[in-house]
Design a protein around this ligand. Structure first.
Ligand SMILES: *[C@@H]1O[C@H](CO)[C@@H](O)[C@H](O)[C@H]1NC(C)=O
Length: 652
């Protein structure tokens, strides 16, 4: 056994000068002899067993491969060496490498007559990378250094004998040292890693995934990266702990769909053991890669609700962000987030408050105490809050149609802050902000003028992109607000022609609710000319149904009469005295705040506009319609809606 180890060792030091080699041999022999005696005489059965096994493997392998020239036999030796539970004794040089505080000290070891075994060169490179991690200027001059080149060369020659753990660190170090992508030494280390991928321990693969995937992408090491991902995926069952799982997910989840699927499966298995930090990381990784894995989100939600662990501010904010980004609704989680966040509000920064408000708005989750606290927070930081943060809050408030209790103070702060700055914002953000103010009924004449002015709005008229079209749509709503809710407003307005070339009713699918409403209503009307369906208006809203009622509540034919709300306006005859237009507006589940019967801001605005345009409004919310079973019930429901709308009008 000693002889075999000696032979192995001798091969590993052949690149050293003969004198040093001899010294090393003596030292190493002494060590091996001592070890062998210790193991044998210790009498421990484990020790003897190990010894026997190693001896056996050595014998059999040297019988089958007497020559050591083949890479196969070399790597066998590497494996064999790793079967020793005792690595070679720590030498002085190990300590010197570790303790070096300057690259120079490391390089000096090369010429110092030290006894270097096959790992030392790699360890030196690793230490150099550690020392230079933060110093790009040092790297360039190091790479020029002849001793560094000599070191690279040495490592390159010994590469097959470097231990697994050292090898993966070596690769990362070469990346950190910014060796040129075409460097022969770098390529050879990468090649060696590829060869060994199957044999590396899973933790080594994870180390590479964590520390080096970004480099591999940058440096064009696509093959290695692809193989690494394949191995990570193939051996996913070896993942044992949450930390590892989360690390792979965060670093490589976006690189391989199939790996990510595996990781999500594994997550389901381990989620029970996760602490808040891991739950957070998994959620953030899912959000970052936009992966709405419902079973996993459900499981995570379950643990967040059930487990008593306390969630820090940072975790709470990230959770809110991730749920918002993924649009995953889980009432109990939101209740917990809101309740846990509330006491933290005073310590949040304005940016955090803005971000959090936005997350909850995405989720359509209006928690009044929390939102009041956010508004209060904004008021108390009036001096320091920035316009972008304020804009984010406004957009979120408008989405949920939330007006703080201290409405007047809040909006005067908004107007004071926006003041001169509004005009300087990105044009589409400017439209968004003004639209939000319209929803919240806080827009001012001068602000309306600014965006409705041709010099401003022209840029959006021909917009084709979805974003551009949505901005134009908001401009139409602002135009309608000016016209319907600001009687003193004198213009400018959007030209009527702006609406004509585009189909104002987007080819939205007719929902079951809309379809049933149409069918039921047709049954009541007694004539095709007595009702219109999906009527596009010049206000940018589509009426689900429109009818005209005479003072006795009878349906009149629609088409003969003036219809200023249409785009373009039509008809010539004035309405008969006492006649009233009535609009049916269907409200679907997604039109409401989560878990509530309060409409989102957008639909509140629509409803207000339709009323301001002179319509009676009959609301048909999904939750009422779903209760109606028979045709007869549906008809009676609609008749009742009409009666109530008329009565309400009379009561005014
Ligand atoms: C803007 O409002 C004016 C005034 O009511 C209206 O004539 C015009 O058609 C509207 N423009 C658009 C694009 O809706």
């Amino acid at each position: 056994m000693t002889a075999a180890a000696l032979e192995l060792f001798a091969r590993s030091v052949t690149s050293l000068p003969p004198a040093i080699m001899a010294a090393c041999l003596v030292k190493r022999c002494t060590y091996l002899l001592r070890e062998a005696t210790r193991l044998a005489s210790a009498g421990s059965p484990v020790g003897q067993l190990r010894l026997a096994r190693v001896a056996h493997r050595t014998l059999t392998s040297s019988a089958t491969s007497p020559s050591s020239c083949f890479p196969g036999s070399l790597s066998q030796h590497v494996e064999r060496e790793q079967a020793f539970t005792h690595y070679p004794e720590r030498q002085e040089v190990d300590e010197l490498i570790e303790k070096a505080t300057r690259p120079e000290e490391v390089l000096e070891l090369l010429g110092g007559g030290h006894c270097l075994h096959q790992n030392h060169g790699a360890l030196m490179l690793i230490q150099l990378a550690r020392l230079l991690a933060e110093k790009p200027e040092g790297k360039a001059s190091l790479i020029q250094d002849a001793r560094f080149q000599q070191l690279l060369h040495l490592v390159n020659n010994q590469i097959t004998a470097v231990w697994h753990g050292t090898l993966v660190k070596l690769l990362r170090s070469l990346y950190v040292l910014a060796l040129p992508a075409a460097s022969r030494e770098l390529r050879s280390v990468e090649q060696e890693v590829r060869w060994r991928l199957r044999r590396l321990r899973y933790k080594h693969l994870v180390f590479l995934a964590e520390s080096s995937t970004a480099y591999m992408q940058e440096r064009g090491s696509q093959e290695l990266l692809a193989e690494l991902l394949v191995h990570l995926e193939r051996r996913w069952a070896e993942i044992e702990d949450g930390r590892t799982l989360v690390a792979i997910m965060t670093k490589t989840g976006h690189l391989s769909e199939s790996l990510m699927n595996r990781l999500e499966d594994k997550c389901l298995e381990l989620v029970e053991q996760f602490g808040p930090e891991e739950l957070r990381k998994v959620l953030v990784a899912l959000a970052a890669h936009n992966r709405r894995s419902v079973p996993l989100l459900r499981a995570i939600s379950y643990h967040l609700v059930q487990k008593p662990f306390s969630l820090t501010k940072g975790v709470l904010l990230d959770l809110a962000y991730a749920y918002g980004r993924l649009g995953f609704h889980q009432t109990q989680v939101f209740q917990r987030l809101a309740a846990d966040l509330l006491p933290h509000t005073p310590s949040l920064s304005s940016g955090e408050v803005a971000r959090c408000t936005k997350s909850f708005a995405f989720l359509k989750w209006l928690n009044l105490p929390l939102f009041e606290a956010f508004a209060q927070h904004t008021l108390s930081r009036a001096q320091s809050i920035s316009v972008p943060h304020l804009c984010n809050m406004l957009l979120a408030f408008a989405r949920l149609n939330f007006r703080p209790e201290q409405e007047d103070q809040f909006f005067s702060l908004v107007h004071e802050k926006l003041g001169a700055q509004l005009a300087g914002l990105d044009p589409s953000l400017q439209v968004d902000v003004l639209w939000a103010l319209c929803v919240l009924q806080q827009a001012r004449g001068a602000q309306l003028q600014a965006v409705l002015h041709p010099a401003f709005h022209t840029q959006f008229l021909g917009a084709r992109s979805p974003k551009g079209q949505s901005t134009f749509q908001k401009l139409v709503h602002i135009n309608a607000t000016a016209q319907l809710e600001h009687p003193e407003y004198t213009g400018p307005l959007l030209p009527a022609t702006a609406l004509v070339p585009r189909p104002s009713a987007p080819d939205r699918k007719v929902t079951p609710l809309q379809k049933e409403l149409q069918e039921t209503l047709k049954g009541l009307l007694g004539g095709a000319d007595r009702g219109c369906f999906l009527v596009p208006t010049q206000y940018g809203w589509v009426l689900d149904a429109e009818v005209l009622l005479d003072p006795d509540g009878q349906f009149l034919p629609l088409r003969d009469f003036v219809a200023p709300h249409l785009a373009p306006p039509s008809g010539g005859q004035p309405l008969p005295p006492g006649a009233k237009r009535l609009a049916f507006l269907c409200w679907e589940f997604p039109n409401f705040n989560s878990r509530s019967k309060d409409l989102l801001g957008r639909f509140v605005l629509a409803r207000r506009h339709v009323r301001a345009a002179g319509f009676l409004v009959a609301d048909v919310p999904y939750y009422e319609w779903l209760e109606l079973k028979s045709e007869w019930q549906k008809g009676a429901y609609l008749k009742d809606k009409i009666r109530k709308a008329v009565a309400e009008e009379l009561a005014k």
